[in-house]
Design a protein. Structure first.
Length: 284
């Protein structure tokens, strides 16, 4: 298509300007003046701005959608993602560690800031948490299709006799279970999570449907895991249904199984922290 030639505008004071200022004769129709160059450029610039703004908005929307539904380290194609944390409520729970040999408690007091850290350090060496532990599970649905959790079960991957050695414990003297609604007994024949109302067993978890409907909205719950007669390595299997498909997410302790041993049996010496959680007292 041939370009339309630009229309020049005469400067004031020149002959062309004087002729343009003359009024038309009566009865003679006046022709509309062609658009000026500046007006044409303004219209083109405005149109380009609208196009660029629309494209930028679309790009930002796409980026946010991808970012919001592709958070690492979620495996490709997996709608349900789980994370875990092992913890104790030391105002109510007894946190205990069983060691394969004797412990120099005087040295332990010098090296560790408090009893809680000392117990974790013993496990990092070669000890084993004993008696009970809490596993906090966080579930996240990274798809727009609702996910229903249909069951949680402990799967024991390895068992061995508890080592003969010392037992060190700290925290609530009674090991209260009242604050935990879900419990798993590794020594029971059925290791499915059971739901409790206080101390009364209600049924296998979940007794009511648990659904993760919104994208990226986490669901957090705690499970009290109680030891059996052996030192057990285990993982948690979270079974779910999404649409017509069923799936399972394996929850572990940062890439390795959870490990829990008994706090009873053949124990050489037992120690308990004092109220300040800085010193150890040998138990009779």
């Amino acid at each position: 298509m041939a370009e339309t030639p630009d229309t020049e505008t005469a400067e004031p004071g020149d002959p062309a300007s004087s002729r343009a200022d003359d009024a038309p004769a009566a009865g003679t129709p006046q022709e509309a003046a062609p658009p000026a160059r500046g007006r044409t450029r303004t219209i083109v610039a405005a149109a380009l701005g609208i196009v660029l703004s629309t494209a930028l908005a679309a790009a930002v929307t796409t980026y946010l959608d991808v970012w919001g539904s592709s958070r690492s380290p979620v495996p490709a194609g997996q709608g349900l993602h789980a994370e875990s944390e092992v913890w104790w409520d030391l105002t109510r729970d007894t946190k205990a560690v069983r060691t394969p040999g004797s412990v120099d408690v005087a040295k332990l007091e010098q090296e560790a800031m408090d009893a809680d850290m000392a117990l974790d350090g013993l496990v990092e060496a070669d000890g084993t948490y004993a008696g009970m532990m809490r596993v906090r599970v966080t579930l996240m649905n990274f798809t727009k299709v609702p996910v229903s959790v249909t069951g949680v079960r402990a799967r024991v991957t390895d068992e061995k006799p508890a080592p003969e050695g010392d037992l060190l414990s700290c925290g609530g003297a009674e090991g209260s279970t009242g604050i935990t609604r879900l419990r798993i007994d590794l020594g029971a024949s059925d290791t499915a999570a059971q739901e409790y109302d206080g101390e009364k067993a209600v049924g296998q978890y979940p007794t009511q449907e648990m659904q993760l409907a919104k994208q990226d909205e986490p669901a957090v719950f705690d499970i009290r895991v109680e030891a059996g007669d052996t030192t057990a390595s285990y993982v948690l299997d979270v079974v779910y249904q999404q649409g017509t498909e069923k799936g399972r997410v394996v929850v572990d302790d940062g890439g390795k199984p959870f490990v829990l041993g008994p706090d009873e049996g053949d124990i050489d010496s037992a120690y308990r922290c004092d109220d300040s959680m800085t010193h150890w007292k040998k138990q009779p």
